[in-house]
Design a protein. Sequence first.
Length: 227
Amino acid sequence: MPHATASWLIDNSALSFDQIAEFCGLHILEVQAIADDTASIKYTGRDPVRAHEITMEEIHKGESNSDYRLKMLKGPEPVRRTKGPRYTPVSKRQDKPDGIAWILRNHPEVSDGAIGKLIGTTRTTIAAIRDRTHWNISNITPKDPVTLGLCSQRELDALVAKTAKKLGIEAPTDSRLDGDREALIEELRRERQETVRRAEEALKAETDLISATATILDPFSSNKGEV
């Protein structure tokens, strides 16, 4: 539950957005949106300390040094599948073709086997999408698998970097969000200012209403003490 954990850390610590994003495996813009209450979903905070994922001492280390990278506590080794594709929730399976198409278009250097492990699909499906012979090809639209929830940004970046290193090429730099990041930050800043302005106006209107109501109920209050 990375988003819920990020929400708790935002409300209960002084960690930087970068530290929270890395610890939770999220993009910094997702953390920014949660902090500004502009995320599409309102998340209920999840305490990672009570979940034994991190200690308060570790959080304090991060608060005292913004360059410090938080270390998650090691829990019991989970039972891992040794064969078969990666498991994907039923609600997300219909999005797999879109995610595969996006990787094929933006990272053609990644092998089919690596895509299959990342998304949780088969080489046959990947080949059909690449060759445009997939039964539903007319409805497949390339979409970022991170946005679709099929994998994390950290997993995708690691895969691209690993592939680039293996092929001896320079890892492509994702600059798609450079302009969008500034625009989003500016939009979030304007929304925050607008929220403050509306709150101030509402408070003033409420104060004026209370004052007007008091005057109506006691029209002679302003003349008290006059004879």
